[in-house]
Ligand binder design. Structure first.
Ligand code: BJW
Ligand code: ZN
Length: 237
């Protein structure tokens, strides 16, 4: 722990990759494992363009449920520690797979949301993108002013990342001295590929997760525990 703390203190360029595990202590459900199930459906059955085309109401019910949970929660000690780390670091990028907006609410600034944002919507007809914070809609799926169907502004399986965001994430990871990987199962690509990318580019990589991931054994430090406890220890107050 002490060595990892020193690496972070001395680094002038830090990149972070977060996943659902950092929001678990804010009671936002993670995707994988038994608790990732919703009405016996897996994210792989819901977070796809095909699922939305087949049953947009069902997919929207899942998103409406998650939006309701997220609206009631708040950032935890892990999110807040990362916001403090940004303040004391020269160059800092927070690449997140999370769509919940809790990093924004904790005060992080340079956030690269590679899987989008659950509070954004996009019209399938006119392509208009907007922010939509209502929790109750007159109907599901909700409609755009043009009458078209709205979809959540997130990235589903089989869809590409927003090019500008993804390029910035790769650049930050390639340039960093130290990378922190927090609360991600690291199985969803291309996001998971950022971890070996950092190693190949010569960064020290530190992982925090309750469980082992496919990369744990190959990283410089891998800590088993809760993000909300280990991040404050690693980063300090
Ligand atoms: C704690 C904790 C605590 C718990 N403290 N830790 C290469 C190989 C194989 C497949 C592919 C590949 N390249 C692409 C693919 C296909 C696919 C993919 O990766 N499939 C794999 C699952 C096999 N990828 C894609 O389709 C991507 N697009 C793409 O590749 O485009 C190019 C292309 C275009 C067209 C044609 C072909 C290619 C898109 C992926 C989009 C993923 N979207 C989702 C939904 C987002 C919207 C939403 O939220 O609804 O993103 S799926 C879901 O998984 C979500 C997450 O961001 C993502 C990652 O999950 P995450 O965050 O890691 O969560 P969990 O639940 O998996 O893990 C939680 C972890 O936390 C666990 O490890 C716990 O132990 C830990 N934990 N509490 C610390 N307190
Ligand atoms: Zn429209």
């Amino acid at each position: 722990m002490e060595q990892a703390r020193q690496w972070l203190k001395k680094a002038s360029k830090i990149a972070v990759l977060t996943g659902a595990g950092i929001s678990a202590e804010s009671r936002v459900p993670t995707f994988r494992g038994p608790r990732g199930m919703w009405r016996r459906l897996r994210p792989e059955d819901l977070a796809t363009p095909g699922a939305f085309a087949r049953d947009p109401k069902l997919v929207w019910e899942w998103y409406a449920w998650r939006r309701g949970l997220i609206a009631e929660t708040k950032p935890n000690a892990g999110h807040r520690a990362l916001a403090r780390l940004e303040e004391r670091t020269g160059e800092f990028a927070l690449v997140t797979q999370n769509v919940d907006g809790l990093h924004d609410r904790a005060g992080s600034r340079n956030i690269l949301k590679v899987h989008g944002d659950i509070w954004d919507v996009r019209c399938l007809e006119c392509g208009n993108e907007s922010r939509e914070e209502r929790l109750k809609f007159p109907e599901l799926p909700p409609r755009c002013a043009c009458g078209g169907m709205l979809r959540p502004g997130v990235v589903w399986f089989g869809e590409g990342m927003h090019a500008g965001v993804w390029d910035a994430a790769e650049r930050a990871v390639e340039a960093c001295d130290v990378m922190l990987v927090v609360g991600t199962s690291a199985v969803v690509y291309p996001a998971a590929g950022l971890v070996p990318l950092a190693k190949v580019a010569g960064a020290k990589v530190i992982e925090i997760n309750l469980e082992e991931t496919p990369f744990s054994a190959s990283l410089d430090k891998s800590f088993r525990g809760k993000a909300g406890e280990l991040l404050p220890e690693l980063i300090g107050g």
